[in-house]
Each structure stands twice: as C-alpha cells, then as structure tokens.
Design a binder for this molecule. Structure first.
Ligand code: SF4
Ligand code: SF4
Length: 85
C-alpha cells in the first residue's frame, strides 16, 4: 500500500515540504525550524499514534531547514525544482 504523504505542492515548479505521515514522530523540530512558520502539527494521529507535521500549502522557499532538523530519516523531504535558465 502506498504510504500517505502530506504536501501542499500544487504545481511541479514550486518548492514544498513533503511529509511521510506514517514516519513522523511528532517531535515538532521542523515546526520550530521553519523561518516562514509554514509547518504545524496535525490534529489527527497517524497509525502509530503520533500527530504529524503538516504544511500550510504555500509560501515554501525551499530553504531546507525543516529537512535538516528532522531526526527521522524518511519523514520529511523538500521538493526544490530546478530553476529555469
Ligand atoms: S523548506 Fe524552509 S520554508 Fe519550506 S517548509 Fe521547510 S523550513 Fe519552511
Ligand atoms: S521533524 Fe520530522 S519527525 Fe519531527 S515533527 Fe517534523 S517531520 Fe515529524
């Protein structure tokens, strides 16, 4: 079964965090790390019983600070499309 992920990316040319909901352990580090305040913890729980990080859906600069703050190897990645020349 494909694992649920949480991303606000609506177009392939936008930077966005992608959270693997079932890998998140609700530590909140990415929420505190985002300089734009775009991440928050869900009200729902994943199958392991943790809340998970959610993206506001727009405004991501692709800075990667959330990715580098996350201690879970597969919980969070950041899509950063190549800049067009
Ligand atoms: S890449 Fe940067 S701006 Fe985007 S969600 Fe992560 S910390 Fe916030
Ligand atoms: S830093 Fe990683 S494990 Fe912690 S809340 Fe964010 S996505 Fe979940």
């Amino acid at each position: 079964m494909k694992e649920k992920s949480c991303s606000g990316a609506k177009a392939a040319d936008r930077a966005a965090p992608v959270i693997a909901v079932e890998e998140c352990k609700a530590c909140g580090r990415c929420v505190r790390a985002c300089p734009e305040g775009l991440l928050s913890m869900s009200k729902q729980f994943n199958r392991r019983g943790y809340r998970y990080a959610e993206y506001a859906g727009q405004g991501c600069t692709g800075c990667g600070l959330c990715f580098f703050s996350c201690p879970e190897p597969h919980a969070l990645k950041v899509i950063r499309p190549e800049r067009k020349q």
